[in-house]
Design a protein around this ligand. Structure first.
Ligand code: FES
Length: 158
């Protein structure tokens, strides 16, 4: 196939300013391949410097995390507070809130409602329903939040 200027083309598509459609497509794919990680890195850097707004009410950062009816006795509800994972647990009619970050090496602990313990899947640390270390390598109890119940809703604060 020959173009208007008499140049030989591959026949794979129309030319645009001396570049075939195939070359244009390859350039676009290569450009996107290199641009995507760069854009992702720029986005991550901007999010690090300017973190997203948090939904926190009041200066004391008292936040509603559940309704009383949401958590049955012995059960838990996970929530995020100040960008960290926590678990609200209900022991009979008392609510408690603990960090889910293991004090050993930072794995996320799981609440085992039937045993009333937090267990870390990484090195098997066990914490009781007061956040105290029962066994395993964890050096400290799980940090906790203050919990208040008002008008059927459960609030936490630091
Ligand atoms: Fe939890 Fe090691 S990180 S026991």
């Amino acid at each position: 196939m020959t173009d208007v200027a008499g140049n030989q083309t591959s026949g794979s598509g129309a030319e645009h300013g001396g570049i075939t459609r195939r070359e244009l497509l390859i350039d676009a794919v290569v450009g996107l391949t290199f641009a995507t990680p760069i854009l992702a890195a720029v986005f991550a850097a901007v999010r690090y410097i300017i973190p997203p707004a948090r939904v926190i009410t009041g200066a004391a950062e008292r936040v509603q995390v559940a309704a009383v009816a949401d958590v049955a006795a012995g059960q838990s509800k996970d929530f995020i507070y100040r960008d960290a994972p926590y678990a609200l647990i209900r022991i009979d009619n008392e609510f408690r809130a603990f960090s889910k970050v293991c004090t050993h090496l930072g794995c996320i602990v799981d609440w085992k409602g039937s045993e009333r313990i937090f267990r870390c899947p990484c090195h098997n640390a066990v914490f009781d329903a007061s956040g105290s270390v029962v066994s395993g390598p964890a050096p400290r109890p799980l940090p906790h939040l203050k919990v208040e119940v008002a008008a059927g809703k459960v609030y936490v604060s630091a």
